[in-house]
Design a protein around this ligand. Structure first.
Ligand SMILES: CC(C)(COP(=O)(O)OP(=O)(O)OC[C@H]1O[C@@H](n2cnc3c(N)ncnc32)[C@H](O)[C@@H]1OP(=O)(O)O)[C@@H](O)C(=O)NCCC(=O)NCCS
Length: 151
């Protein structure tokens, strides 16, 4: 079985702005303790939140528990800074027998200088694969869309 998501609706600038009208899976503000020695937000902090967001999408599609089996790609396009409003969007890219692959995009809204609205930039793109597991941690089949819980 194979299934591809419809393309993500993007605003008209090649996808550097957040998808219009869509809700992110996760929104979070990084804090000073999330920085690397250079003062930017640590890549591992971003990866853990992307993994979490992807697992929410995959678990909805799998109608139950999933684990991450692979990080297929991960690209940090722009830095994230303390105080940015970080929003993570995602879509099911592919459904296999027991696996769900999710495409994720991370946007950062920069801190609001002197009360002006912050500028929003795409900072990260990633592709992760999750496997649906049963209560004995064995891979289980992904249900058809008709029987999966609607997210
Ligand atoms: C997930 C797990 C149960 C899968 O068991 P397994 O015996 O390796 O399963 P399989 O070899 O049958 O592969 C299961 C699915 O993963 C896919 N898969 C395996 N390796 C993969 C890889 N490197 N990249 C992408 N997909 C992969 C397979 O194609 C298969 O998908 P399909 O059924 O849709 O075709 C086992 O590997 C595991 O427990 N891993 C640890 C998970 C974990 O702790 N993650 C981190 C914390 S969540």
């Amino acid at each position: 079985m194979s299934e591809r998501a419809t393309p993500t609706p993007e605003s008209g600038d090649g996808g550097s702005r957040p998808p219009g009208g869509r809700e992110p899976v996760i929104r979070i503000i990084p804090m000073p303790q999330d920085t690397n020695p250079g003062g930017d937000i640590f890549g591992g902090w971003i990866m853990s939140h992307v993994d979490l967001a992807g697992s929410i999408i995959a678990a909805r599609r799998a109608n139950g528990r999933v684990v991450t089996i692979a990080v297929n790609s991960f690209t940090f396009r722009k830095p994230v800074f303390v105080g940015d409003l970080v929003s993570i969007y995602g879509d099911v890219l592919r459904v296999g027998n027991t696996s769900v692959t999710v495409a994720l995009q991370v946007f950062a809204e920069r801190r609001w200088p002197s009360g002006a609205p912050g500028r929003c930039v795409k900072v990260t793109e990633a592709d992760l694969t999750y496997v649906a597991i049963d209560d004995k941690r064995r891979p289980r089949s992904i249900p058809s869309i008709a029987t999966a819980a609607d997210g």
